[in-house]
Unconditional design. Structure first.
Length: 304
């Protein structure tokens, strides 16, 4: 792909934001309490943005916001609990600020045993369905013409997702369950969501992009790996990005004027990249939207 800006794989979040004044902007980030999410919050806050930081518990969110510094609002949001996501939506609306950017950073990976909630496998729930609910119910807070929505996906959306993309007949893992395959599926779902959302918001001038942050050391994402994989990972970390480098692409998409007006793309290393070929299939993205909407609506309705 042709380079469209000066940043790349070794750029950091601070590099991307150097010289930018984000005072007056409000940016929401899920998973603000650790790893790439915390670094994203810290860097954006240091440039003047007001951060609405979401974490699994209010205590985690408060601690992260205090460490990030600057102007912040902590919000509890347990992505494994759709009622908690619904409560977080209400809390964010209660803040009374437009969301200049919304970053769905939080995620889980490679759960060793099958876990099902609301009729779907847990990685699909946390990584995709909960963020789908959060974004679609907050999108009216995103300003027309300038707003940005940044969906964190992964190269696993290409490398580990099943050939058919989304196993609509096996979202609960009852037919079979493989941790890496279901992680790949969940991350393909996030990228498909971004693609479909970009189409639906095109007339409002809201940019929606997905990204692969890159293999990054110092995150909690691989905490569920078994011992053999952890040993391999400990060696591989020597060649991985730092957390500051891992945060660069999502910070670029959330705040940099260099990417203004670009929407519907999949990014890696601060550049537009090749994603899963299924991202060009609007039918699977539309079907996923309908299924995700049904899961979220039914689950919130049942909890009410």
């Amino acid at each position: 792909m042709r380079s469209i800006n000066r940043f790349g794989s070794r750029s950091t979040a601070d590099d991307v934001l150097a010289g930018l004044d984000l005072r007056g902007r409000t940016i929401l980030i899920t998973g603000c309490n650790s790893g790439i999410g915390f670094e994203t919050a810290r860097a954006l806050a240091a440039s003047g943005a007001h951060i609405i930081g979401l974490a699994r518990t209010l205590e985690d969110a408060q601690s992260a916001c205090a460490r990030a510094g600057g102007s912040t609002t902590p919000v509890a949001c347990d992505l494994a609990d759709l009622a908690s996501v619904d409560a977080a939506v209400k809390a964010v609306w209660g803040v009374g600020r437009p969301l200049d950017a919304l970053i769905t950073n939080a995620g889980i990976a490679n759960l060793p045993t099958l876990r099902v909630r609301y009729g779907v496998e847990m990685q699909f729930l946390v990584n995709h369905v909960s963020h789908f609910l959060l974004v679609t119910r907050l999108v009216d807070l995103v300003p027309e013409g300038t707003g940005r929505i940044v969906i964190v996906s992964s190269s696993a959306s290409t490398e580990q997702a099943p050939k058919e993309g989304i196993m609509f007949d096996n979202l609960d893992g009852r037919r079979f369950y493989k941790p890496f395959t279901f992680y790949g599926q969940s991350k393909l779902a996030t990228a498909l969501f971004a693609k479909e959302l970009s189409r639906r918001l095109a007339g409002w001038g809201i940019a929606v992009n997905s990204l692969h942050p890159g293999a990054t050391r110092g995150t909690n994402l691989n905490a569920n790996l078994g011992l053999p994989f952890r040993l391999i990972l400990s060696i591989a970390q020597l060649f991985m990005k730092s957390v500051a480098q891992g945060a660069a692409t999502q910070v670029l998409l959330a705040a940099s004027p260099l990417v203004e007006g670009i929407t519907g793309e999949y990014w890696s290393d601060c550049q537009v990249a090749e994603g899963n070929v299924l991202l060009d299939d609007p039918l699977i993205a539309q079907r996923l939207w309908t299924v995700s909407e049904r899961i979220a609506d039914m689950s919130i309705g049942a909890a009410a």
